[in-house]
Design a protein around this ligand. Structure first.
Ligand code: PBG
Length: 330
């Protein structure tokens, strides 16, 4: 490149920014509603939707309001809905997760009935919403999460979800071997087409804070013994490789914003679709700042989703999915 051309003003990158039409013409990245997934909470026995104070605008749904929300997702052209159940009663083994009339299994059945194949019905395969100690699995005699016993429960849970109508199951507990066990159980039950969206690289993050309120979690302590250390990026590639060897169809990185480098590294490392979860704390930060008038809410949301897309995730789980799709209708 001849430096003198810049000095003389012949090369002017600003030229392509001069109008909305030009900016649109040269835009490199777009967030597509059909690749957005709305995470949604449903509370057992709720008579009215219950607001979640740390996530303004997000609620614990009733069965009826969840169905109505699913319908809105279809109309907005979203890709799917990831459903989390909040049971009335929790116990040490999270037995509500396996009960066919447990809140999540009922919700999956109802939403699938509502949307058919017009929206992907997705489930979180994890025990933390169902256990009274709040951990993602069952505990051994020393109070540690028992990996292999937990994986067996996940496999049964995934089959229940597929039986109930889930198109996609999302194992999120970070137990070793969970994807392979779930794939084998699904196949044995005849659910050959049920997709596994693996939460492959899931970090032990402070940004899950508001989610704990969203699912009435009773967790004390932390998940450092099973979720990943925020210091480690290479380890994410190893987790992704293991999940792919075990049959994952889509791999996910979570959280998104503090891990954009990990999203990029995974995108460059694999050939399967890559998803990212724009989590509760990332939502809460922007909502809280906007409520204080400290930033322009809609621009901050758009920029956030664009950054996740640009870093390499084609699929984004975000609590803004519906709003974004409605606001950006063609
Ligand atoms: C586990 C699960 C969690 C989230 C999604 N699935 C919580 C955790 O791992 O501690 C967090 C999502 C969010 O913060 O928005 N069931």
């Amino acid at each position: 490149m001849d430096e003198s051309l810049i000095m003389e003003g012949a090369i002017r990158p600003r030229r392509l920014r001069t109008s909305r039409a030009l900016r649109g013409l040269v835009s490199e990245t777009a967030v597509r509603p059909e690749q957005l997934i709305l995470p949604a909470f449903v509370a057992e026995g709720a008579a009215e939707p219950r607001p979640i104070s740390s996530m303004p605008g997000v609620v614990q749904h009733t069965m009826a309001s969840l169905r109505a929300q699913a319908r809105r997702c279809v109309e907005a052209g979203l890709g799917g809905m990831m459903i989390f159940g909040v049971p009335e009663h929790k116990d040490a083994t999270g037995s509500g997760a396996l009960a066919p009339d447990g809140v999540l299994n009922v919700a999956l059945r109802e939403v699938r009935e509502e949307v058919g194949d017009d929206l992907l019905v997705m489930s979180d395969v994890c025990l933390d919403e169902f256990t009274d100690h709040g951990h993602c699995g069952v505990l051994d005699d020393h109070g540690r999460v028992d990996n292999d016993a937990t994986v067996e429960l996940y496999a049964q849970m995934a089959v229940r979800h597929a039986d109930a109508g889930a198109h996609v199951v999302g194992p999120s507990g970070m137990m070793d071997g969970q994807v392979g066990a779930i794939r084998a159980a699904l196949d044995a039950a005849g659910h050959l087409d049920t997709v596994i969206l693996a939460y492959s690289a899931k970090y032990a993050s402070a940004f899950y804070g508001p989610f704990r309120e969203a699912v009435d979690s009773s967790l004390t302590g932390d998940r450092l013994a099973y979720q990943q250390d925020p210091a480690n990026a290479r380890e994410a590639l190893r987790e992704v490789d293991l999940d792919l060897e075990q049959g994952a169809d889509i791999v996910m990185i979570k959280p998104a914003l503090a891990y954009l480098d990990v999203i990029r590294a995974v995108r460059d490392h694999v050939d399967v679709p890559v998803a990212a979860y724009n989590i509760s704390g990332e939502y809460a930060m922007i909502e809280a700042a906007a409520a204080n008038g400290w930033l322009d809410r809609e621009r901050a949301i758009d920029e956030t989703l664009l950054s996740i897309r640009r870093s390499g995730a084609s699929i984004i789980l975000t609590y803004w999915a519906l709003e974004y799709a409605l606001r950006n209708r063609p």
